[in-house]
Design a protein around this ligand. Structure first.
Ligand code: FAD
Ligand code: AMP
Length: 480
């Protein structure tokens, strides 16, 4: 036995590293175990999926590819002429990597500054809150803690019809690493990750076909917003085939043949690269000794209660490895809640106020309930919508696709859902999150003064519209 800690965290993604920093800030003796090793120099890599192969590199490529698409397709109509615009994928990837390195290096700095001990190796939970850490030389050390937080994240799901083949049939990580713009890209799964990755390569010039087994586009999204979104994606040339289930793949030379079934029967698609984006599963491989006391649920997630406690006393779990949306900010909120609970405070995560974002263009973002959910729950509600086409700032920015939609309780006027498809949707949704956290009514937002000209005025107008009071569009009389 080498050392005893107040808290040991397994995993240094946004769930684990945030929990570690918060625990140390609260005066707890904290260690964080992370197994990720750089192929370049054998050193430990902090930040998890999000910083290394998820949120951050994907957003770097989405930003760059959006700029290219703007310059390529939309500068001329605004009086900006560019000759000889070129894509340099190598340089683009260098830029992506430098952003990732800056942020992951930042976590190492924060660990040092806050006194978090970083342990490099594979962590395994034994009985009685002991954590065995196996380093790169296979040396095992057992540490003891009063509390253990499991934050081991998730892995991409692989499906038998599309086994991965390096550089050809890839998961989300491989799709962030192509070394040139492929001519034809197939994407299996039109969920959030598939849409973001498909958008990157579509903007850069690839012909992108997305095959989605379901017959509804973005079923978790308010369907008025989803329909509007699909319309814009189609305009951008993203070919999204619904009701198309991939049943097999084969590779001949540099070409991949994808077999899929749609309403008309067996179909084939030929592509140069295939991205498998069919979801993620919790990562619990070699994590739990038989007598650890931690249980998994029927879907393989670590079973926790609403404050992230597992079945084993003093053992907690947060982030993608437990139930709930697989989002970095949800993981971090849970990490902070658990660290504070260990320190004796009583915070709670408000799972009703977690924003979701698809970082395409237009961006899709929402918090709270959709109309479909409210209908199925039998709730009475009012809706206000406002299109960016009537917003001066959006028009000036040449980015007027989409709308804001606010749904409020018919009796109390409390905001129940806040949905955006449009420019800066990821930023605008924060207004809905704050409003809902404070239990605002639509009238509260309607009575608030918003700067002119801003995209946020669409939030104001949608709030006014809940009671047919929008100023810059004609209000439709609602059925009572
Ligand atoms: P992870 O980030 O997966 O971190 C877990 C860490 O634990 C890893 O570093 C792993 O190496 C380590 N680990 C696992 N097992 C062990 C062990 N036994 N011992 C030691 N270490 C271990 N979410 C958003 O909110 N916004 C986005 O824009 C977004 N974009 C995404 C884009 C892509 C392409 C992908 C793939 C995901 C994206 N996500 C996004 C999801 C987000 O990355 C995850 O929700 C988030 O990373 C979950 O955090 P986590 O801490 O639970 O796990
Ligand atoms: P998400 O869970 O948001 O990452 O989205 C993954 C998507 O992949 C879901 O919408 C699934 O319906 C879809 N999917 C899963 N398997 C297949 C398959 N074999 N063919 C086409 N789509 C699939």
């Amino acid at each position: 036995m080498s050392d005893k800690y107040d808290v040991i965290i397994i995993g240094a993604g946004p769930g684990g590293y945030v929990a570690a920093i918060k625990a140390a800030q609260l005066g707890l003796k904290t260690a964080c175990v992370e197994s990720w090793t750089s192929e370049e120099d054998g050193k430990q890599v902090l930040g998890g999926t999000c910083l290394n192969v998820g949120c951050i590199p994907s957003k770097a490529l989405l930003e760059i590819s959006h700029k290219y698409e703007e310059a390529n397709l939309h500068f001329a109509e605004q009086g900006l002429e560019i000759n000889d615009l070129k894509v340099n994928v190598g340089k683009m990837m260098e830029r992506k990597l430098s952003v990732v390195k800056q942020l992951t290096g930042g976590i190492a700095g924060l660990f040092k500054a806050n006194g978090v001990k970083s342990l490099h190796g594979h962590g395994r939970l034994l009985a009685n809150r002991q954590v065995e850490v196996t380093d790169q030389n296979d040396k095992k050390t057992v540490y003891e803690a009063d509390n253990v937080i499991i934050a081991t994240g998730s892995d991409p799901i692989e499906i038998p019809p599309a086994p991965l083949k390096k550089g050809m049939i890839v998961d989300s990580e491989g799709a962030l690493e192509f070394d040139e713009v492929p001519k034809r890209v197939g994407v299996i799964g039109a969920g959030i990750i598939g849409l973001e990755l498909g958008s990157v390569w579509n903007r850069l010039g690839s012909e992108v076909t997305m095959l989605e087994a379901l017959d509804t586009f973005l079923p978790a999204v308010d369907q008025q917003i989803a329909k509007e979104t699909l319309k814009h994606f189609k305009k951008q040339g993203l070919n999204i085939e619904l009701k198309s289930r991939v049943t097999g793949t084969s590779i001949e030379g540099d070409e991949i043949t994808v077999k899929y079934e749609d309403a008309k029967g067996q179909q084939e698609l030929k592509v140069d690269k295939l991205i498998v984006a069919v979801g993620r599963r919790p990562h619990t491989k070699n994590l739990l000794a038989e007598d650890s006391g931690v249980k998994l649920d029927e879907r393989g997630f670590i079973f926790v209660d609403d404050i992230c406690k597992t079945e084993a006393p003093g053992v907690w779990a947060v982030g993608d490895v437990v139930r709930g949306p697989m989002l970095a900010h949800k993981a971090s909120e849970e990490g902070i809640m658990v660290a504070e609970r260990i320190a004796g405070h009583k915070p709670q995560v408000n799972y009703d106020c977690i924003p979701n974002v698809i970082y395409t263009h237009p961006e899709v973002a929402w918090v709270g309930k959709t109309e479909e959910e409210l209908k199925s729950e039998g709730e009475a509600y009012n809706v206000g919508t406002f299109p960016f086409a009537a917003n001066g700032r959006a028009l000036a920015a040449n980015s007027a696709a989409g709308m804001v939609k606010i749904i409020a309780d018919a009796k109390t006027d409390r905001i129940l859902g806040f949905h955006v498809v449009g420019p800066q949707g990821s930023e605008l949704v924060a207004q809905g999150v704050i409003a809902m956290e404070f239990g605002s009514s639509s009238e509260d937002l309607a009575l608030t003064c918003f700067a002119h000209p801003t995209l946020s005025e669409s939030v104001h107008e949608a709030a006014l519209g809940v009671h047919d009071g929008a100023v810059h569009i004609a209000n439709k009389k609602k059925k009572k």
